[in-house]
Design a protein around this ligand. Structure first.
Ligand code: IPM
Ligand code: MG
Length: 367
């Protein structure tokens, strides 16, 4: 049976459109190779949308996403829009509302240091040589990002600003189940990261993780405070498997994980809602890095995070597993064969330095 799918492309700002172009070339190649079609509609988001329509998330963009099975997202933001009111800024006015609107509470960020890339990692060679392959499961629609009250006012003649870190038990339960399930498919070890020695929300987090662990007796659950986790990631990167944590801690730790892997430009992410009966998810897929305005327009950005995000989309939202695996293999092969964008170049023998398009070509040739 011929399979047809529908996705929405939101390339956004900065390097977003440049790396997206490479992901779309890869999509075209797997469509014909694996016999399915993906109807894609491209829409404005972020600064590009703000400039064109006065809002970073126009209603027609939201509507297009509602009519699709998944969103392939580039990146948003840049210095040009930093002076806009917070709710109109690309990050707070577009990306966070999209996550909330679609209930994308589970953010999967795989941090993997490919064997050929250990030299690109800032971690000592003898430590990274043990391997680094961690899945960060970040809660994405709760915690201090969205808690209310939030805001700024005057008290006794001076400005006061506040944010609220709040979790409902049900929010912790559902992310716990995603993380335990992910651990089942890996080494069956789950590390829950919190700050239960200080924060009430973390005490509830830990309690709930323990409770849900009874549903997954094969998975070994352990706990770590977030400050210690930040340290252990650098000290013993090879000792981690699956890590689950709340929104802000996950934001911080996943950047650390990305750097340990070699470059932010390597890491994809999937933001998923509730699993449907057919086993698939509505999801938003984006590189873990940002819009990199400093190198935008030069076509030197690493497109791998965007291309691997496409692979995650094929796997989790479209169920096109062989195509997803083929893309992941082609990326690993291009790296093993020495192709390097600037962010992962280390002047080791056998490296070929390429730009965005050159990396796309190298991957396409290996599909
Ligand atoms: C991320 C980003 C976002 C976040 C920003 C752009 C709002 O840093 O996806 O990690 O903080 O979640
Ligand atoms: Mg971040």
């Amino acid at each position: 049976m011929f399979r047809s799918h529908r996705i929405t492309i939101l390339a956004g700002d900065g390097i977003g459109p440049e790396v997206m172009a490479e992901a779309l070339r890869v999509l075209e190649a797997v469509e014909s190779q694996f016999g399915f079609t993906v109807t894609r509609t491209e829409h404005l988001v972020g600064g590009a949308a703000l400039d064109a329509t006065g809002h970073p998330l126009p209603p027609e963009t939201v509507e297009a996403c509602e009519n699709a099975q998944a969103i392939l997202f580039g990146s948003v933001g840049g210095p040009k829009w930093e002076t806009f009111p917070p709710d109109l800024q690309p990050e707070r006015g577009a990306l966070l509302p999209l996550r909330k609107h679609f209930g994308l509470f589970a953010n999967l960020r795989p941090g993997v240091c490919l064997p050929a890339l250990t030299h690109a990692s800032p971690v000592k060679q003898e430590l990274i040589a043990e391997g680094f392959d961690v899945l960060c499961v970040r809660e994405l629609t709760g915690g201090v990002y969205f808690g209310s009250p939030k805001g700024r006012h005057e008290v006794d003649g001076q400005p006061v600003a506040l944010d609220t870190m709040i979790y409902h038990k049900s929010e912790i339960e559902r992310i716990a189940r995603v993380a335990f399930t992910a651990a089942l498919g890996r080494k069956k070890r789950l590390l829950s990261v919190d700050k239960a020695n200080v924060l009430a929300s973390s005490v509830l987090w830990r309690e709930t993780m323990l409770e849900i662990s009874k549903e997954f007796p094969e998975v070994e659950l352990s706990h770590m405070y977030v400050d210690n986790a930040a340290m252990q990631l650098i000290k013993r990167p090879g000792s981690f498997d699956v890590l689950v944590t709340e929104n802000l801690f996950g934001d911080i730790l996943s950047d650390e994980m990305a750097m340990i892997s070699g470059s932010l430009g390597m890491l994809p992410s999937a933001s998923l809602g509730k699993q449907r009966e057919d086993g698939l998810y509505f999801g938003l897929y984006e590189p873990s890095g940002g819009s990199a305005p400093d190198i935008a327009g030069q076509f030197v950005a690493n497109p791998i995070a965007q291309i691997l995000s496409l692979a995650m989309l094929l796997r989790f939202s479209l169920g096109e597993i062989p195509a997803a695996e083929a893309i992941e293999k082609a990326v690993a092969k291009a790296i093993a064969d020495g192709f390097r964008t600037g962010d992962i170049a280390t002047s080791q023998p056998g490296e070929t330095k390429v730009g965005t398009r050159g990396m796309g070509d190298a991957i396409l040739a290996r599909l």
